[in-house]
Design a binder for this molecule. Structure first.
Ligand code: ASP
Ligand code: MG
Length: 422
C-alpha cells in the first residue's frame, strides 16, 4: 500500500477537496490517506482554547465562525442539510468542552479541543468521497495511534500502534482515511504529536504497514534549496537523502516535520514531496540513495533566543555543568538549536517560546548566572561559499558562528531582510 498525506492548504476549499479526489483517482491501488485540519483551523482552535482559558465572552462567536466555515464547505461538496448528521455531533462536543466541562492542565485541554480540527476535516472529506462512490473507511487516529501522555508532543508507541492498525485494516477492501496529528493515550484521551505533525502521522502509518512509499502533497513544487518567501532565485531539488532531509528540518526548513524521516528510514520507505496543483510532476524524492549533491541549501530560523550560562562560583564548564543544564532545558521542552562553550560560559541558542523558556530560566538562575538575548535569527547554509558570511552579517551583530566543512551557522540580530539574492 501507499500512504498519501494532504495538508491544510490542499483541502481549504471545495475545489481543493475535489482536486484531492482527482489525485486519488490517479492511483490504481487502495491508499491510506492522512489529512490535516482545514486551512488555518488549528490556529483558530488555539485561539478558541485561549479564549476559554481567559473567560473571554467572544469564545462562542469564535466557535460559531469555525462552525460556519466547516458547514458551508460540507454544503458545497455534498449539498445542504447534511451538517446536522455529519458535523453537529462534533460541534456539540466542542460546545460542552467550552461550557466549562474541559478541565486540567493547559496542554491536556489543548489536545482535547484542538484535535477537533482533524476530526472535522476528515468527516467532510469522507462524506464527499463516499458521495462520489469511493470505497473508503474512516478511521479514528485516537484509537489507533497509541501514544504516551506527553500532551501536545506525544510520543508514539510503534509496537502497540502496529497491532491496532493491523487489526483495523484486516479484511477490509478499499482505501482508508485517517486524521493526521492525532493519537490517543492509554486512558483513551486524545493526544497531539506537535504542530505540523501530520507528516509524522503519515510516516508512522507507513512504517507499521510496511508501505511502499509516502507522498506528501504540498503547495510547492517539492523541496527547494531555500524558502522562496525569504530568498530570491530558490531552486527545486529533485532528490534529497534521508540524512539531508533530517538536517534540513532540524535547521528549520519548513518542508516536513522533523520527526517524519526516522520511521521511513528505519524501513527503507521512499518519501515523495509533490505539488498538488501538478500531480504528475516529479516533485522531490527522499530516500537512502537520493542526494542534493553540492547544491547550497539555505535555512533561516526566526525568533531565536541566546541563553548564556555561567556557574556562579566561577567553576569551569565541565561535563558536570553540562549535565545539569541540559536536563533542565529538556524537561521544560526548550528546543536547542546550537551550543558553544568556553572556559566558564556555555551559550545555547534555543527556539524563543516564552512559555517554555521562562520556567527553565528560573530553575537555571538558582545555580548559574544567566544572560538572555531575544529576537535573533539563525542562518544555516549547507555547502556554503566563503563570501556568504559577509552577505549575512553585514550591518548585523553576530552572536555566534559555527563552521564545519559543509555547514555554516550564524546567529545574528534581526536585521531588515527583504529577500537575499542567492
Ligand atoms: N493541523 C495541524 C497543524 O496545523 C497538524 C498539521 O497540519 O500537520 O499544526
Ligand atoms: Mg498544516
Amino acid at each position: 500500500m501507499k500512504v498519501y498525506k494532504f495538508g491544510g492548504a490542499s483541502i481549504k476549499s471545495s475545489a481543493g477537496i475535489r482536486n484531492v479526489k482527482a489525485i486519488l483517482g490517479l492511483c490504481q491501488e487502495p491508499l491510506v490517506i492522512v489529512v490535516s485540519a482545514l486551512g488555518k483551523t488549528t490556529n483558530a482552535l488555539e485561539i478558541l482554547l485561549n479564549m476559554y482559558f481567559e473567560n473571554d465572552p467572544a469564545v462562542e462567536s469564535q466557535l460559531a465562525k469555525i462552525e460556519r466555515e466547516h458547514c458551508s464547505l460540507l454544503e458545497e461538496l455534498v449539498g445542504p442539510g447534511m451538517d446536522t448528521e455529519i458535523l453537529s455531533p462534533l460541534f456539540a462536543e466542542v460546545r460542552q468542552h467550552i461550557s466549562g466541562r474541559l478541565k486540567g492542565s493547559y496542554d491536556f485541554c489543548y489536545d482535547q479541543l484542538v484535535s477537533y480540527g482533524e476530526l472535522l476535516s476528515t468527516k467532510i472529506v469522507y462524506a464527499y468521497l463516499i458521495k462520489e462512490g469511493v470505497n473508503i473507511t474512516w478511521l479514528d487516529a485516537r484509537k489507533l495511534i497509541s501514544t504516551d501522555s506527553n500532551f501536545r508532543e506525544a510520543g508514539v508507541n510503534l509496537e502497540e500502534t502496529a497491532l491496532r492498525v493491523h487489526s483495523a485494516l484486516e479484511g477490509k477492501q478499499g482505501s482508508f482515511l485517517i486524521q493526521g496529528f492525532l493519537g490517543g493515550n492509554i486512558d483513551g484521551y486524545a493526544t497531539t504529536l506537535g504542530r505540523e505533525g501530520s507528516d509524522y502521522s503519515a510516516a508512522v502509518l507507513a512504517n507499521v504497514i510496511n508501505a511502499e512509499s509516502v507522498t506528501i502533497w504540498k503547495d510547492v513544487s517539492g523541496i527547494l534549496n531555500a524558502d522562496p518567501k525569504e530568498f530570491k532565485n530558490a531552486v527545486h531539488l529533485p532528490g534529497v537523502s534521508y540524512q539531508e532531509a533530517v538536517e534540513l528540518s532540524f535547521f528549520g526548513a519548513q518542508i516536513i516535520h522533523p520527526k517524519t524521516i526516522k520511521p521511513l528510514q528505519n524501513k527503507g520507505i521512499t518519501l515523495f514531496v509533490k505539488p498538488f496543483q501538478q500531480p504528475n510532476a516529479a516533485g522531490t524524492i527522499i530516500n537512502a540513495e537520493a542526494t542534493s549533491g553540492s547544491v547550497p541549501v539555505y535555512v533561516i530560523k526566526h525568533n531565536q533566543v541566546l541563553i548564556s550560562i555561567r556557574p556562579k562560583d566561577f567553576s569551569f564548564v565541565l561535563e558536570e555543568t553540562l549535565s545539569e543544564v541540559f536536563p533542565i532545558l529538556s524537561k521544560n521542552r526548550v528546543k536547542i538549536n546550537m551550543v558553544q562553550s568556553s572556559a566558564i560560559t556555555i551559550s545555547i541558542c534555543v527556539d524563543g517560546v516564552k512559555r517554555y523558556i521562562q520556567p527553565a530560566m528560573e530553575e537555571l538562575k538558582t545555580k548559574f548566572n544567566v544572560l538572555y538575548n531575544e529576537n535573533l535569527e539563525l542562518f544555516t547554509i549547507r555547502n556554503y561559499r566563503v563570501d556568504e558570511v559577509e552577505k549575512i552579517t553585514s550591518g548585523r551583530k553576530v552572536y555566534m558562528l559555527q563552521k564545519t566543512r559543509r555547514t555554516l551557522r550564524i546567529l545574528v540580530d534581526e536585521g531588515s531582510f527583504d529577500g537575499m539574492e542567492l
